[in-house]
Design a protein around this ligand. Structure first.
Ligand code: SF4
Length: 370
């Protein structure tokens, strides 16, 4: 397996930040025959172990297809959390990155939660070390602590609220209306976008997603000139210069729904290109262009695909079900402390459904098994 190195922003309790290094692995590509065999084996093992596959939109298309063919789901972080919690299966196989597996375990402590590769992480999680974050919170006790889903269980244990990009605007608006001041972590771009939209008083942690941080405003302007009829869809983890050019800003589910429901035929998509697999299935015939990450200075590290999501491979799904390796554990009392902020978000979403995007699977009839 090949290893690649990435840079990410890491902050400490004083507010100072630096660049640190992280690594990811590139799983070997399967031949078509190996892929078919792995899919069949995974189906057999899912049924045998009373397991369901919960996949994120950014993982490999074969895993997304497997999830839908076996009664699992392909979704954003919010829907993954709800689906895993509500599904009766004894085992959840979470194809995504580590914080997603942890969230599933926090919500379903009696279920076994497996992941294809426990080393699949996230630059936002890495950039927000729990001890530094706790000290930062201690220094600002007058603020409500709101953390993005892309954080460790230990960081969530210190938070009042968890949010995802589907519900962050609605929840921060609610807190502002109550007169709360907010300590926001870890994504600086999403935090800035939410702050500008709501006018809330937000003290920001300095983290970023290494994928969305690479989208470039100037290169996007040039691409828009070449495709004047294209709608620009942007995930709010992107820099301001990119968000400012968006026709739609939203979570992965919201961007997917925009492609399905819009009359436009052409779209420029500024989020991880793993989402294009599901967009092509749900909106066949529409033209999807990847937003540019670095123009002429592009490198293999700015390819709009998360290196940690890419660590999820069919062979990992098979291996975790065959051997039980890749099981997620979240020790007490961290689990029960982290549960509070997640349940607060889920309760809010249940009480305010109109504030949240509809999941894509429910949007178009007769698509997918979920
Ligand atoms: S795409 Fe960005 S936010 Fe999502 S898991 Fe990868 S590094 Fe984290």
């Amino acid at each position: 397996m090949e290893q690649v190195i990435y840079d990410y922003t890491r902050q400490d309790a004083s507010g100072a930040s630096c660049t640190a290094h992280a690594w990811a692995k590139v799983p070997p590509r399967l031949t078509p025959e190996e892929r078919d065999r792995a899919k069949e084996r995974a189906k057999e093992l899912l049924a045998r172990h009373d397991a369901v596959l919960v996949a994120h939109y950014y993982v490999d298309g074969d895993i997304q297809d497997l999830a839908l063919e076996t009664g699992g789901c392909v979704a954003d972080s919010l829907e993954m959390a709800r689906f895993g919690r509500d599904h009766p299966a004894k085992t959840l196989v979470v194809a995504g990155v580590r914080f997603m597996g942890e969230t599933a375990k926090i919500l379903s402590p009696d279920k076994r939660v497996l992941m294809p590769d426990l080393d699949a992480t996230c630059s936002l999680d890495l950039g927000c070390p729990p001890d530094e974050f706790a000290a930062f919170c201690d220094a600002h006790p007058d603020r409500k602590v709101v953390v993005y889903a892309n954080t460790s269980a230990a960081v969530k244990a210190r938070a009042d609220w968890m949010v995802t990009s589907s519900c962050a605007l609605a929840i921060v608006s609610h807190l502002k209306a109550q007169g709360d001041k907010i300590l926001w972590a870890p994504d600086r771009h999403l935090g800035r976008y939410i702050q500008e939209q709501t006018g809330a008083d937000m003290l920001m942690w300095n983290g970023a997603c290494i994928v969305h941080d690479e989208f470039k405003g100037l290169e996007l302007e040039l691409l828009r000139k070449e495709h004047p009829g294209a709608l620009v869809l942007v995930h709010p983890e992107s820099p301001r210069s990119v968000v400012e050019q968006a026709d739609v800003v939203g979570s992965t589910s919201q961007l997917l729904n925009a492609v399905i429901s819009s009359q436009a035929q052409e779209f420029i998509v500024a989020t991880d290109n793993g989402i294009l697999h599901r967009m092509r299935q749900l909106a066949p015939g529409k033209t999807l262009l990847e937003a540019p990450t670095a123009g002429r200075s592009a490198t293999c590290k700015s390819c709009a695909h998360c290196p940690w999501m890419a660590m999820n491979a069919l062979q990992g799904v098979v291996a975790c079900l065959e051997t039980g390796v890749g099981e997620i554990t979240v020790p007490e009392p961290t689990r029960s402390q982290a549960l509070g902020c997640i349940e607060r978000m889920l309760d809010f979403v249940a009480r305010n459904p109109s504030a949240i995007a509809k999941p894509a699977q429910g949007f178009v009839p007769n698509v997918g098994a979920a």
